[in-house]
Write a protein that binds this ligand. Structure first.
Ligand SMILES: Nc1ncnc2c1ncn2[C@@H]1O[C@H](COP(=O)(O)OP(=O)(O)O)[C@@H](O)[C@H]1O
Ligand SMILES: [Mg+2]
Length: 420
């Protein structure tokens, strides 16, 4: 017999039980949403979540989700099962940016389109695409394209653009939208900045200085057009989007080993997806960014991601970003600097946080960043694989995620991860 105190069986209504045993279990989040298995804080009751249902119920004020945890603790597996059930059962539409190339089995199981971008490959996306629903104000479209290009250039050059570079870049985008034969491409922008038209150049710039003032633009954009990214972004989009299907996976594993290239590719892909997803109507959409830390490294890219999230909110898109350490959110900066403030803004736009195991040195950071209680923060290093602390606005759950028998193969990154 197991040791312990033997108590007489007691039967009561749930209303009476919660008075008799306060603080022992909590009410949970309700049953609306994707079933993810059990919540240990409700005594092992079921746990279900759907960002759109949580939004509709007023539990959260935005549908975005952040998933954090050390490598190998089940972040991607949970995301895959979540998408599998969300798309398969609820009919959601999902777009996944997949830097490790590990979502293909999920895509095959659901019938999602897979776009594999690799140097010299046959699939190409144009980050300057306005998408199926371009903004009614053309200057807004030009602004979005110029912002994206400035983010790409700033990432390569590791600095902000000079006023002349900024003016020539915006001028080039404007010129191409006004006079170009179709949607501009990165190659068109490079060609035009090598030989800017007089109207693109601020009058204050001396013609003899011009070439030197803007020579960095073609060099930096050229990075996206040659070598490790050749053929991925340098022409019109040549992949078809099936809106009646379950969604798409963009396999970026060809550049995963090169962190600078990965950041650039993620900016270009996020830009393309943002315009694609900014379409009213249709099914509720999820936009998933695995390995999102690659976009949170600098103020520039964090800000860009934040702007994309803000825009997608008005079109009913839920963003789901996966990071490793919570300190990823502070970028590589000291406290209080611009980059960490931007990341904090991103965190404020993400009211659902799913926290898998963190190393002990992250506990203080996690507690401070996310406003965890000391018990919650201390729990983080003790979570085993597959278990996570869910913080949904003010509510908490400790969830043991279960992978279904038919989902095992699509989640197994130990054996099936294709790392090229
Ligand atoms: N809840 C779970 N139950 C059983 N195995 C799991 C669970 N979550 C993850 N795994 C397994 O652990 C391995 C690593 O998981 P993964 O999600 O790829 O980690 P991460 O994305 O956090 O680096 C995978 O092979 C996966 O199948
Ligand atoms: Mg992963």
């Amino acid at each position: 017999m197991r040791p312990g105190i033997a108590l007489p069986r007691h039967r009561a209504t749930t209303a009476h039980l919660c008075s008799a045993y306060p603080f022992a279990a909590e009410v949970g989040l309700g049953v609306q949403g994707v079933y993810l298995c059990s919540n240990l804080l409700t005594g092992g009751g079921g746990f279900a979540f759907d960002p759109f249902e949580a939004y509709a119920a007023g539990i959260v004020t935005n549908p975005n989700m952040l998933i954090a945890g050390e490598p190998g603790v089940g972040k991607s597996a949970t995301t895959k099962t979540f998408i599998h059930r969300s798309v398969g059962v609820f009919g959601r539409w999902a777009a996944v940016a997949d830097p490790k190339g590990e979502y293909r089995p999920l895509a095959e199981s659901l019938g999602m389109t897979v776009i594999k971008l690799h140097p010299g490959g046959t699939s190409r996306i144009n980050p300057l695409d306005p998408g199926p629903n371009p903004p009614s104000d053309p200057t807004e479209g030009v602004r979005r394209q110029a912002d994206m290009l400035a983010t790409l250039l700033g990432t390569v050059l590791r600095r902000d653009l000079s006023p002349v570079e900024d003016a020539v870049l915006s001028g080039a985008v404007q010129h191409l939208n006004r006079h170009g034969p179709g949607v501009p491409t990165l190659a068109d922008v490079v060609a035009l900045t090598v030989a800017p038209t007089p109207e693109m150049v601020p009058t204050t710039v001396d013609a003899s200085d011009l070439a030197r003032s803007v020579e960095a633009i073609p060099y930096a954009l050229g990075k996206l057009l040659d070598r490790s990214m050749r053929g991925m972004f340098d022409g019109p989009t040549n992949v078809a989007i099936d809106w009646s299907g379950p969604g798409l996976v963009i396999d970026l594993s060809a550049v995963h080993h090169d962190s600078e290239a990965l950041t650039l590719v993620l900016v270009a892909t996020t830009a393309w997806l943002q315009n694609l997803m900014a379409t009213p109507g249709g099914p509720r959409r999820l936009q998933v960014l695995d390995e999102a830390w690659a976009l949170l490294g600098t103020e520039r890219t964090s800000k860009y991601l934040q702007a994309c999230w803000k825009l997608s909110r008005s079109y009913g898109v839920a963003n789901l970003a996966i990071v490793h350490r919570l300190s990823d959110l502070r970028s590589q900066t000291d406290d209080g600097t611009a980059a960490s403030k931007v990341s904090m803004g991103l965190l404020a736009d993400t009211q659902t946080r799913v926290l898998f195991r963190q190393s002990t040195d992250q506990v203080a950071e996690a507690g401070a960043l996310l406003g965890l209680t000391s018990t919650e923060a201390q729990l983080l290093p003790r979570l085993v694989k597959g278990r996570a602390l869910w913080k949904v606005a003010g509510r908490s759950a400790v969830v043991a995620h279960t992978i279904g028998a038919h989902e095992k193969a699509m989640c197994d990154t130990d054996a099936a991860m294709i790392d090229q």
